[in-house]
Design a protein around this ligand. Structure first.
Ligand SMILES: Nc1ncnc2c1ncn2[C@@H]1O[C@H](COP(=O)(O)OP(=O)(O)OP(=O)(O)O)[C@@H](O)[C@H]1O
Length: 266
């Protein structure tokens, strides 16, 4: 139990035995009876101002974790303390495709209960950072994925939260925009004391940008520590997997999957 929540003031996020369960459809059955741990027993404490690289193979639970961190998705078990406002920056999340870029900003402002003046300030911030020109007044469904990323990133920046969760959002931006975002994020990290969770499969980028590494594998926290050490162990794990025969790979995948299934009676 996370008693005396004040004892965790120095932390941006604390998770204790957090899990997330999804119901899975089974082949040939109308109603599946399988429940699946997207995350299981996640325990960690991340200090305010830390910059955390989240690593893990496809389907390991990184995006699920990022949505729980951002308060967009609920967790099914365990406890969590978040000290500060969070913003998730991800591809295709947080934007309403039917609305224009400008209307999306207004909607976000309304949801957060912001005053008109504050919303105008955010609009200005987005106009300057996103460089979308007149596309800001077009429906988001007409945006390319890079443009959506520009809008999402710029809105989050302008909202100025304490905790940024960046889930693969830079992978669709062009080189110029990705560099601009990295520069801005360096400033958030070094000068503004923000807490950043950074999810990317670009290992060298994660290594050079983050201080702490969090490796999620098969829905569980495999390692938390210095970014270089965690990257090294993760790379070795991926290399070892790649060296397996196809049969061994399948066996490993099946075992990993089995461990995440909760068998329930019909
Ligand atoms: N809504 C859902 N319903 C059922 N299963 C889901 C749902 N969302 C995610 N999952 C499953 O949960 C697991 C974790 O998914 P998640 O998207 O968190 O992985 P990830 O580590 O972000 O993967 P990637 O590197 O491919 O982006 C996967 O097996 C995925 O299929």
């Amino acid at each position: 139990m996370l008693k005396n929540k004040n004892a965790y003031d120095e932390y941006a996020v604390v998770m204790k035995d957090v899990s997330k369960i999804y119901r899975l459809k089974q082949k040939g059955k109308k109603q599946g009876n399988q429940q699946f741990y997207a995350l299981k027993g996640i325990d960690f404490k991340i200090k305010k101002g830390d910059c955390v690289g989240i690593l893990g193979t496809n389907g390991s639970g990184k995006s699920t974790l990022s949505m729980i961190l951002a308060g967009i998705s609920d967790h099914d078990g365990g406890e969590m303390i978040v000290n500060g406002e969070q913003a998730l920056i991800a591809i295709n999340t947080g934007l309403n495709a039917q609305l224009t870029g400008e209307e999306n900003i207004e909607l976000k402002g309304a949801l957060l209960g912001l005053k008109k003046k504050e919303v105008e300030k955010i609009k200005q911030g987005v106009i300057e950072f996103a460089e979308l020109g007149d596309f800001l007044y077009q429906p988001v469904k007409k945006y390319s994925s890079g443009m959506k990323s520009r809008l999402g990133f710029s809105i989050s920046l302008a909202l100025n939260p304490d905790i940024f969760i960046v889930d693969e959002a830079l992978s669709v931006g062009d080189k110029g925009f990705a560099q601009k975002c990295m520069k801005r994020m360096q400033k958030l990290r070094d000068e503004e004391g923000k807490t950043i969770f950074f999810i990317s499969h670009a290992l060298s980028q994660v290594k050079s940008f983050c201080h702490t590494g969090m490796w999620i594998e098969g829905g569980e926290l495999k390692e938390l520590g210095d970014i270089n050490t965690v990257c090294e162990h993760y790379s070795a794990y991926v290399d070892a997997y790649n060296a397996l025969s196809e049969k061994e790979k399948k066996q490993q995948r099946d075992t990993k999957f089995e461990k995440r299934i909760i068998k329930t009676k019909k």
